[in-house]
Design a protein around this ligand. Structure first.
Ligand code: AMP
Ligand code: ZN
Length: 119
Protein backbone atom coordinates (compact mmCIF):
# COMPACT_ATOMS: atom_id res chain seq x y z
CA UNK A 1 0.00 0.00 0.00
CA UNK A 2 1.24 3.51 -0.74
CA UNK A 3 1.26 6.16 1.93
CA UNK A 4 -1.10 8.51 0.06
CA UNK A 5 -4.08 7.58 2.23
CA UNK A 6 -4.68 5.32 5.21
CA UNK A 7 -8.11 3.78 5.67
CA UNK A 8 -8.02 3.82 9.47
CA UNK A 9 -6.72 7.38 9.78
CA UNK A 10 -8.97 10.05 11.34
CA UNK A 11 -7.52 12.93 9.30
CA UNK A 12 -7.72 10.96 6.03
CA UNK A 13 -11.43 10.55 6.81
CA UNK A 14 -11.75 14.30 7.47
CA UNK A 15 -9.89 15.05 4.20
CA UNK A 16 -12.30 12.72 2.37
CA UNK A 17 -15.34 14.33 4.04
CA UNK A 18 -16.33 11.04 5.70
CA UNK A 19 -16.05 12.71 9.12
CA UNK A 20 -17.36 16.29 9.43
CA UNK A 21 -15.06 19.18 10.26
CA UNK A 22 -15.30 22.95 10.50
CA UNK A 23 -13.15 23.84 7.47
CA UNK A 24 -11.70 27.34 7.35
CA UNK A 25 -9.58 27.09 4.18
CA UNK A 26 -8.23 24.60 1.69
CA UNK A 27 -5.95 24.18 -1.29
CA UNK A 28 -5.43 21.42 -3.81
CA UNK A 29 -2.86 19.87 -1.45
CA UNK A 30 -3.99 20.76 2.08
CA UNK A 31 -7.01 21.52 4.26
CA UNK A 32 -7.45 23.62 7.42
CA UNK A 33 -10.16 22.98 10.03
CA UNK A 34 -10.86 23.94 13.63
CA UNK A 35 -9.52 21.69 16.34
CA UNK A 36 -12.40 19.89 18.07
CA UNK A 37 -10.85 20.58 21.46
CA UNK A 38 -9.29 24.05 21.16
CA UNK A 39 -6.58 25.15 23.57
CA UNK A 40 -6.59 28.81 22.41
CA UNK A 41 -9.28 31.14 20.97
CA UNK A 42 -7.86 30.39 17.51
CA UNK A 43 -6.88 26.73 17.14
CA UNK A 44 -6.83 25.45 13.59
CA UNK A 45 -5.21 22.29 12.24
CA UNK A 46 -3.57 22.33 8.82
CA UNK A 47 -3.12 18.91 7.26
CA UNK A 48 -1.87 17.69 3.90
CA UNK A 49 -4.37 15.68 1.87
CA UNK A 50 -1.59 13.12 1.43
CA UNK A 51 -1.20 10.71 4.34
CA UNK A 52 2.21 10.76 6.00
CA UNK A 53 2.59 10.01 9.70
CA UNK A 54 4.79 12.98 10.63
CA UNK A 55 5.90 16.33 9.23
CA UNK A 56 9.38 14.85 8.79
CA UNK A 57 8.00 12.02 6.68
CA UNK A 58 5.99 14.57 4.69
CA UNK A 59 9.15 16.60 4.03
CA UNK A 60 10.93 13.47 2.80
CA UNK A 61 7.98 12.47 0.60
CA UNK A 62 7.00 15.79 -0.95
CA UNK A 63 8.60 19.21 -0.54
CA UNK A 64 5.62 20.69 -2.42
CA UNK A 65 3.11 19.27 0.07
CA UNK A 66 5.24 20.41 3.01
CA UNK A 67 5.49 23.95 1.61
CA UNK A 68 1.76 24.04 0.93
CA UNK A 69 0.91 23.10 4.53
CA UNK A 70 2.96 26.00 5.91
CA UNK A 71 1.73 28.42 3.24
CA UNK A 72 -1.86 27.56 4.17
CA UNK A 73 -1.04 27.83 7.87
CA UNK A 74 0.20 31.39 7.29
CA UNK A 75 -2.98 32.18 5.32
CA UNK A 76 -5.10 30.80 8.17
CA UNK A 77 -3.29 33.09 10.63
CA UNK A 78 -4.13 36.04 8.32
CA UNK A 79 -7.77 34.95 7.94
CA UNK A 80 -8.15 34.51 11.70
CA UNK A 81 -6.61 37.92 12.44
CA UNK A 82 -3.57 36.58 14.28
CA UNK A 83 -0.87 37.04 11.62
CA UNK A 84 1.27 39.05 14.03
CA UNK A 85 0.80 36.80 17.07
CA UNK A 86 0.45 33.09 16.61
CA UNK A 87 2.32 29.85 17.09
CA UNK A 88 2.64 26.96 14.68
CA UNK A 89 3.18 23.78 16.66
CA UNK A 90 4.05 20.31 15.41
CA UNK A 91 3.94 17.49 17.95
CA UNK A 92 6.02 14.53 16.81
CA UNK A 93 5.79 11.16 18.52
CA UNK A 94 3.66 9.96 21.44
CA UNK A 95 6.21 11.30 23.92
CA UNK A 96 5.58 14.82 22.58
CA UNK A 97 1.80 14.44 22.63
CA UNK A 98 1.13 13.42 19.03
CA UNK A 99 -2.17 11.54 19.04
CA UNK A 100 -3.09 11.58 15.34
CA UNK A 101 -0.44 10.05 13.10
CA UNK A 102 -1.25 12.07 9.99
CA UNK A 103 1.07 15.07 9.64
CA UNK A 104 -0.46 18.33 10.86
CA UNK A 105 0.41 21.79 12.09
CA UNK A 106 -1.48 23.47 14.91
CA UNK A 107 -2.05 27.21 14.36
CA UNK A 108 -2.69 28.80 17.75
CA UNK A 109 -3.61 32.43 18.35
CA UNK A 110 -5.65 34.84 20.41
CA UNK A 111 -3.91 33.78 23.60
CA UNK A 112 -1.24 35.56 25.61
CA UNK A 113 2.12 34.09 24.70
CA UNK A 114 5.02 34.56 27.06
CA UNK A 115 8.22 35.68 25.39
CA UNK A 116 11.01 33.14 25.80
CA UNK A 117 8.69 30.33 26.88
CA UNK A 118 7.92 27.61 24.36
CA UNK A 119 5.70 25.50 26.60
P1 AMP B 1 -1.81 16.02 18.11
O1 AMP B 1 -2.05 15.78 19.58
O2 AMP B 1 -0.69 16.99 17.82
O3 AMP B 1 -1.67 14.72 17.35
O4 AMP B 1 -3.10 16.76 17.58
C1 AMP B 1 -4.27 16.11 17.27
C2 AMP B 1 -5.39 17.12 17.43
O5 AMP B 1 -6.52 16.65 16.74
C3 AMP B 1 -5.82 17.36 18.88
O6 AMP B 1 -5.59 18.72 19.23
C4 AMP B 1 -7.31 16.99 18.87
O7 AMP B 1 -8.08 17.87 19.68
C5 AMP B 1 -7.65 17.13 17.41
N1 AMP B 1 -8.79 16.34 16.96
C6 AMP B 1 -9.06 15.05 17.25
N2 AMP B 1 -10.19 14.65 16.63
C7 AMP B 1 -10.62 15.71 15.90
C8 AMP B 1 -11.73 15.95 15.03
N3 AMP B 1 -12.63 14.99 14.77
N4 AMP B 1 -11.87 17.18 14.48
C9 AMP B 1 -10.99 18.16 14.74
N5 AMP B 1 -9.91 18.01 15.54
C10 AMP B 1 -9.73 16.80 16.12
ZN1 ZN C 1 -4.12 10.03 7.18
Amino acid sequence: MTSQTSSDCLFCKIVAGEIPSDRVAETERSIAFRDISPTAPVHVLVVPRRHEPTVGALAAASADDLADVFRLAAQVAELEGVAGAHRMIVNTGPGAGQTVFHAHVHVLGGATFTEGRMV
